[in-house]
Design a protein around this ligand. Structure first.
Ligand code: FAD
Length: 303
């Protein structure tokens, strides 16, 4: 990676990764929206990241991203720093004890493919999730009845001072699309438990999963996947469709006609368009069904 030369009041001379000033977050989110962040940083490896955390003045807030596939960054951008793990933190090591160590920046689909090819099953559900392992850990991402934390053995974390530590699964409480993490701690990687399996069987399962996804989801469009969590014993998509929202637009944002829980950036939408559509859906679904839809996507930044 090359460091882009910048004029910054903080010296990043000892940093090997990429540091950019006023970087547009729309380049780093799957919705393709989001204003500028003051400092955008993609570390080259764990040591580089620790050094960055040391150098960055403590009063500067940090937001973490992987592939930005579950993230709505507002049009005013983010004051502070964004650490982007994708590209760095990319170790992937299959271990002899039916386990794999994987860095937070590795794409879920890559991990799924690599473990399948090595003769292990367990992570097939990650095949169509377009995020990183760090994002999957933070969100407890799941699909087809399996969630990320079902397979975690231990995780590696880093704190605001750049200290790295390993923690067992039992230290964490994971629920539907969330996990409790201490303040100012983030994921650097994880060890997942796997089961030996024939590669051909695992590969076929992955292909089946990808087929179902492309049949049911607007895969080629700019989106952040499911916008809302499914309420208990129901589906957000069913409620939104029943409320008549398929195809509804605000500015360049539109409720997908294929899957009502997806909002797509159809035509140069702003984050404000997407957020307005979210709010209209929540109000109308509550009016019609008395159910409060909770967000699955995370919102960051200022308007
Ligand atoms: C087409 C499509 C399909 C999708 N399908 C699914 C699905 O089937 N199941 C599902 O669960 N999700 C799905 N998603 C949503 C998304 O891909 C997942 O939530 C994914 O895990 C997010 O990973 P990311 O790297 O993109 O995280 P980001 O969007 O970059 O970040 C998401 C959250 O995780 C935090 N975070 C990121 N990295 C770290 C880290 N290293 N340490 C601590 N916190 C961190 C961020 O601060 C943020 O709060 C889909 C999205 C799209 C666009």
């Amino acid at each position: 990676m090359n460091k882009v030369s910048i004029q910054s009041p903080i010296s990043f001379d000892t940093i090997r990764g990429v540091v950019l000033l006023n970087e547009l977050m729309s380049k780093h989110t799957s919705w393709r929206v989001g204003g500028p962040v003051d400092y955008w940083f993609a570390p080259q490896d764990k040591n580089d990241l620790s050094r960055f955390l040391n150098i960055l003045p403590i009063e500067i807030p940090i937001y973490w991203t992987g592939l930005g596939s579950n993230l709505l960054v507002r049009d005013g951008g983010i004051r502070g720093a964004v650490v982007c793990t994708h590209g760095g933190l990319s170790n992937l090591e299959i271990r002899p004890d039916n386990a794999v160590y994987v860095g937070a920046g590795v794409a879920c689909a890559k991990l799924s493919r690599r473990t399948a090819r090595a003769g292990f099953s367990g992570l097939e559900f990650m095949a169509g999730i377009p995020g990183t392992i760090g994002g999957a850990l933070a969100m407890n991402a799941g699909a087809f009845g399996v969630e990320t934390w079902d397979l975690v053995n231990e995780v590696e974390i880093v704190n605001r001072g750049g200290d790295v530590d390993s923690r067992p699964r039992i230290d964490f409480s994971a629920g539907y699309r969330n996990v409790r993490l201490r303040k100012d701690e983030w994921f650097l990687g994880a060890v997942f438990n796997l089961s030996p399996s024939k590669s051909s069987a695992t590969r076929n399962k992955i292909l089946g999963i990808l087929d179902v996804r492309s049949e049911k989801q607007p895969i080629g469009n700019a989106s952040a996947g499911s916008v809302f969590q499914n309420p208990t014993n129901d589906y957000a998509a069913r409620l939104i469709e029943s409320a008549g929202f398929k195809g509804r637009r605000v500015g360049g944002a539109m409720v997908s006609t294929k899957h009502a829980n997806f909002i797509i950036n159809e035509n140069n939408a702003s984050a404000a368009d997407i957020e307005a559509l979210i709010s209209i859906i929540q109000t109308e679904v509550y009016k019609q069904f008395q159910i409060e839809l909770q967000l699955e996507v995370r919102i960051a930044g200022i308007q």
